[in-house]
Design a protein around this ligand. Structure first.
Ligand code: FAD
Length: 374
């Protein structure tokens, strides 16, 4: 479906976080490449009307609980992200009748610090790089229409560089100058350990050290390049240093202790073990090797960012929203993508949101198209 609509793939099939087999296709241009191709294709469709900057506020139900339409605000801009739903009163109200159904593809709520920290208090201060519309408003709208929310206390972190590629480096706590965890941990375990450490060390951000050879092992070299060029968002810039001591100093750590930490790490890896944290010494057929700084030392902060909220509305296999009261579909209401909840369980595997969005988007579209017009 995507290839027919102009998406181009870079030809690799990768095994990434949580996958038992290689399953991940990478689109050229990453996520933007994928979406731009679909958007360009969409503009060629003749029977499609789009209404940008239109916020769905309420779902209108008839007396039997069937979806009749939406109350929206046009000319709406998400411009106060963390409190947008409460404070943003802009836009012009309009009612839209739904002929065959309403599909919510309204994404997650990573921006809403108050909402997310009620479920998971340690998320209160965590940064996010999601879009300004990632508020909890749409979720609340669907709940008001009777839909069941689920998995709101789950979370998923991301980093400026791929989590899978942390394994090639050494993560150091600037407060102690020492390692404190396995760099090969899963993304949520990594984030929780880093955030806990920051709660204990006076909120100092840990940093990761690489050599040039380990950078070449990254599965996404674009992201490394963006980091080196200072174009990789909050705490995403990687800096090249002449020595480990120089890097340590830049991150507020004791240079001599960090040098010892890195030397001890290198020695252990040369001996084929990691007695301190038992990190796996192989990933996707590539070996973890000791770091060789003859071509420079590369370092950057490790700052987990909340970039996906697994919680959302409970749906069935036809993407129909299920009622909190009866557990049955709310007639005419469909939810797809990050706005839905429960598909991935405790920890979503790398690269699996886009397939979810695409597959359930198609299913919802087909299901709605088959419904009689009202
Ligand atoms: C930095 C980053 C990297 C990622 N990398 C990957 C990856 O490599 N692979 C992968 O599979 N996933 C990745 N993800 C996750 C994935 O991108 C998202 O889960 C996915 O894009 C969600 O798509 P969606 O269509 O469900 O929602 P979104 O793309 O979030 O779109 C929802 C839209 O609805 C709008 N909206 C919100 N409320 C309302 C309302 N009430 N009325 C009308 N409109 C509303 C929002 O403004 C937004 O435009 C990444 C996410 C981030 C932030």
């Amino acid at each position: 479906f995507m290839t027919e609509r102009g998406v181009k793939w870079d030809g690799r099939l990768l095994k990434l976080g949580g996958h038992s087999e290689p399953r991940v296709l990478v689109s050229i241009g990453d996520g933007a490449g994928l979406l731009n191709a679909l958007w360009t294709h969409m503009k060629t469709l003749k029977n499609l009307e789009t209404g940008l900057h239109t916020k769905a506020d309420e779902i209108i139900l008839d007396k039997d609980g069937k979806v009749e339409g939406l109350e929206v605000r046009q000319d709406y801009y998400f411009d106060t992200p963390e409190t947008d739903d409460l404070q943003n009163k802009t836009g012009t109200k309009k009612l839209i009748r739904a002929k065959q159904g309403v599909i919510f593809a309204t994404g997650g709520y990573s921006r809403d610090k108050v909402f997310r920290s009620i479920e998971v208090p340690f998320l209160a201060g965590v940064a996010t790089t999601t879009n300004p519309g990632a508020t909890s408003g749409a979720l609340k709208t669907m709940v008001r229409a009777g839909a069941q929310p689920m998995h709101l206390s789950l979370f998923r972190f991301a980093y400026p560089l791929p989590t899978e590629d942390m394994i090639w480096g050494v993560i150091v706590d600037p407060a102690t100058g020492k390692r404190f965890m396995s760099e090969g941990a899963t993304r949520n375990a990594l984030a929780q350990t880093v955030l806990l450490r920051r709660m204990q060390n006076g909120d100092k951000k840990p940093f990761i050290i690489y050599d040039e050879k380990s950078l070449a092992k990254f599965h996404n070299l674009n992201r490394v390049q963006r980091s080196l060029n200072g174009l990789n968002g909050i705490d995403g810039t990687m800096t090249k240093f002449n020595s480990v001591e120089e890097a340590a100093k830049a991150f507020g750590a004791d240079p001599a202790i960090v040098k010892n930490t890195v030397d001890a790490y290198n020695q252990a890896i040369k001996e084929g073990k990691d007695p301190e944290f038992n990190k796996p010494l192989e990933r996707s057929g590539r070996k973890v090797e000791s770091l060789d700084f003859s071509a420079g030392v590369y370092a950057m902060p490790v700052n987990p960012r909340l970039n996906y909220t697994p919680g959302g509305i409970r749906t069935d296999l036809k993407a129909r929203a299920l009622s909190m009261e009866t557990g049955k579909p709310i007639e005419g209401l469909f939810v797809v993508g990050e706005a839905s909840g429960g598909l991935h369980g405790q920890e979503r595997m790398t690269g699996c949101s886009m397939p979810e969005c695409a597959v359930f988007g198609l299913i919802a579209g087909e299901t709605v198209a088959d419904r009689p017009k009202q």
